[in-house]
Design a binder for this molecule. Sequence first.
Ligand code: BF8
Length: 645
Amino acid sequence: MNQKSVDGATLEMLQVAKSQNIETVWDRWDKQQPQCGFGQLGVCCKICNMGPCRIDPFGGDLRQGACGADADTIVARNLVRMIAGGSAAHSDHGRDVVHTLHLAAEGQGGYAIKDPFKLRTLAAEFGIKTDGKSDADLARAVADFAGQMFGQQEGEIPFISRAPARRRELWRKLGIVPRGIDREIVEVMHRSTMGVDNDYKNILKQGMRAALADGWGGSMIATELQDVLFQSPKPIRSAVNLGVLRKDAVNIIVHGHEPVLSEMLVVASRDAELLAAAGRQGAAGINIAGICCTANEILMRHGIPVAGNFLQQELAVVTGAVDLMVVDVQCVMPSVNSLTGCYHTKLVTTSPKAKMPGVQHVAFEEARALDHAKEIVSLAVEAYSRRDPSKVHIPDGRSDMVAGFTTESVFQFLGGRFRGTYRPLNDAIIDGRLRGAVGIVGCNNPNVTHDSAHIALTRELLKHDVLIVTTGCAAIADAKCGLLRPEAAYEWAGAGLREICETVGIPPVLHVGACVDNSRILTTLIEIVSEGGLGDDFSKLPVAGSAPEWMSEKAIAIGFYFVASGVLTHFGTPHPVLGSPAVHEYITKEIEGQTGGRFLFEADPMKAAAQIIAHLDQKRADLKLAPAMYTPVESRQAQAATVGA
Ligand code: BF8
């Protein structure tokens, strides 16, 4: 990899790391080259102790593992186990939010119901009588109802009923409606263990069922109940990149995924006693900044700045200005443990599910959440007194942004102040002002120049009048180069998209949250279909998804729930399936005949954009819509070339 990043602050901090002989993820990744070809192709099987076995991808003698499993079986089993891992992560997060809603109902832990309207809306959807009931009673009932989706054994998980009727019928016909969240994940593990399912299509069918249990189950529960507990996001201004760290304040990085802790840290950072303690140490305040999806959660609801995305977690520590990094679960590199040892930075783990050897663990119990949050903030204040100013190097890089869009809020914008409706959005697609919409989501990965694919793909689609919704580390990448500012519509959007954005004052790239909030993209699609005029199913819509720099198993789970929901989904690098031409053919072509969605693997973002645009245009033609109204204007993109990377 020649260029490590397109982000100036990242490149600057990589130089600092190098000057201090600090090893980063890029260095370790380089040392791993060449990576194991069998693993990359998906043909290494470690499922039983007759192995590890591998298949010769060049057609030599090694065509089966010791048990007789061929490449198709091995690749499919490995892939569905990735889906199970990703679905488990999102869904276990959802389970913790259910638990927190229970605590809020009991008045414990300092949690409250901040969005009673959404609580009542959800209760009504679940068939819970709302008349005369207190918020606490309803919270208990909603938490019970949502909680049982995890252990449900038969039938269909209730959120499935949100999908259009045609989609539900199709899922039933295919036999992929999730019965219960935990059940589908367990069944993936069972079917893919030694000597069970060896029909690759049948294995992948169960993979889709588990992925749907994530998107329409665990992730959707997490999003909906977090809105109830912590309030539904509203458009909010903030700032992003390592330049949000402050020389004069106690800096706390919150890193991980679950907002049940970070929400309380925000409260604790405003505590008068702790602010006074910080002042006594000479600090001008307590500055909280996020990394990864926790960042997105507290950004969306409180406007807390974002320090960076996945590949910047180590570089935040290298600034020498982070007094404390507090982590919970998912996407936390084990390397931050040894790295923080090179600085004054205090590292704290909080989840019983995710400890690190030798690292202080503040066992975060939701029932005593505020107390624990205060303890963590006071550890940060203490660490600030040990900060070595000569080691502090904070890059200037930071950008303004607007985040906090939701299925409900953005289209209140589009539909006018008094009546939220999707009509203007649907009409904009129908008349061709908008070509379509694409969700750009997912991670960073050192196998792609950091942020480059997110930004290039986003800009190219904007130019072609494609509205972008974004989550996770992709959203942070786009934010860092200014694409989440309303002005970006003028700088990058085609004429049709720009007209819409300028009329309603929104950016052309809408930040809809963390990775669990990809469920907001599903609920947005539901609204578009039910508004009418664009067909009766997701697969008819001129929409697509993309994870240009994916890394995590969670991205695979998300990809599969979008494909199973009928959406073309692009991944920048292929899934580890190339060792089985049959599995590759199935998930990139044949599956479209079943679910209406398929995967597209393309590393070059410009080529990917061209294929996505062709797909949107085909969907428009199938719906007998006029072609997109405007042709892209190259010159404005050139004019704006000074913005961002
Ligand atoms: O859940 S985008 S690197 S932080 S996995 Fe992780 Fe990927 Fe970032 Fe959030 Ni999502």
